[in-house]
Design a protein around this ligand. Sequence first.
Ligand SMILES: Cc1ncc(COP(=O)(O)O)c(C=O)c1O
Length: 460
Amino acid sequence: MDNTVLENDNRDLIEMDRAHIWHHLSQHKKYESADPVLMVEGKGLRVWDSSGREYIDAVAGGVWTVNVGYGRESIADAVREQLAKINFFSHAMGSEPGSRFAEKLLEKMPGMSRVYFSPSGSEANEKVYKMVRQISHAKHGGKKNKILYRARDYHGTTITALSSGGQDERGAQYGPMTPGFVEVPHCLAYRGEGGDKPDFGVRAAEAIEEVIKREGADTIGALVLEPITAGGGAIVPPEGYWEKVQEICRRYDILLHIDEVVCGFGRAGSWFAYQLYGIEPDFVTMAKGVASGYAAIACTVTHERVFEKFKDNPGDPLNYFRDISTFGGCTAGPAAALENMRIIEDEGLIENAAKVGDYLLEKLQQLQKNHEVIGDVRGRGLLAGIELVSDRATREPVEETRVQAVVAGCLQRGVIIGATNRSLAGLNNTLLLAPPLVCSKKDVDAIVDAIDGSLREEFA
Ligand SMILES: Cc1ncc(COP(=O)(O)O)c(C=O)c1O
C-alpha cells in the first residue's frame, strides 16, 4: 500500500464529524481550530487517515485491541457468512459459533469450564461482580459481599466498573460510587517502599492481606486484579507476588478474578498472562483481543465449582444467574473470535509477541541510556511502559503536558503511541506501547526511533 489511498482528504467527513460526533475521552475545544482525525483504512499494523496519511499503530487501535492487525479478510468473510446464516438470537439460547468458540477457548484454559458472553470488558467484569454478590446472598447469608481491587488497575467505564478501578482521575466527578469495593495497594516496585529489595513482591501481596484483616475476611467475596497492570502504567508483577496472592486468597476463601481484558489473547506472550505466573483463578474476563475488534465480544469465564452454585437448588426461583446482555447474543462475536484464534495459532503470533517483545524491551533499555528523562522501562511481551521523570534520583514525575507533547511528537513522526491519560493524579507520566502482535523487529525499530526523536525534541 502506498500513501495515496484516497483521492482527497474527505473534507465532508471531517465537517460531519466536527458537527456531530462526540469523541471518546476527548476535550472537544481543540476541534474548533484543528481537524479531528478519521482513521479510514488499515493493513497489518499500519493505518491511514482520511487525508491518506500513513501511521504505524503502536497501540493496536488506540486501546490495545487489534491483536491480529488490520485488514484480515478471512475474519470479515467468517463474520459475513455467519451473519447471512443467523445474525442474532438471545443467548438464553445457544449458537453454533458460540459453542465452537467456547470449546476452543476452554482448551486454552485448563481448569475453567464455562463461558458467559457479553459485548464489553466493563460488562464482563460486572458479570463477575454480580456473580460474587449473588453467591454472597445465596450462600453466605449476605456476608462476603465486598470486592477488593488494586490501586492503578482499571476494570471499565460503567459506574460500578469505575468503583472497582484504582485510577482516581477516571472516577473523579462520577461519584457517588457503588459501595462495597475496597482498594488494596499497587505492586509497582519503582514507586513502592523498598521496591528495590528482593522481598518487595511478597510484601506487596502481604499488603493485600492487611486490608483483608482490617475489613474482616468474612466480609470479602473476591479480589479483582489485572495480571499485568496495563493502562495504569505497564506494571509487571514483582517476583514472588502472585504466589503469595494466590495463597492469601485460598487461606481466606476469597475468589480470585483476573481481568485479562488487555492481556488475554497473546499480548504478554502467552494465551493469558495469568498462565505466565501459574495462577489458578476463579474468574477470568477478556474482551479486546478476543476478536481483535472485528466484532464486539467479551467473555466471563469460570469453573464448575462456581457454576454449580447457580444450579444446585432448582426449587428456588432465584437459583440461577439472572442476567442478560442483549448483544451477548450477536453471533458475529464468536464467529470473528474463532477465526481470530485460528490466525493467532497458525501465524505463531503468541511466540512472536514473546520474541519481539523481548527485543522491544532491549531497545527501550538502550533508549533509557540515552535519555536522562526515562526513569523506568518495564513490560512483558508486546506491552511496555516508559516512565518519564524530571529527576532520576527523586523520581519526580514529568508533567502530563510534556508527556502528551512526546505522544504528539511521535504522531508527527507517523507513529501512534499512548500514555497514562487522566488516570492517576500527578502520575500520568508513562508512555505506553501495545502494538498488534504482528509487529516485527523492524517495526519496533521504527517505533523506538520515533520515541527517540520526540524525546530529543521535547527534552533537549
Ligand atoms: C484491564 C481492562 N479491563 C476492562 C476494560 C474495559 O473494557 P471495555 O472498554 O471493553 O468496557 C479495559 C479497557 O481499557 C481494561 O483495560
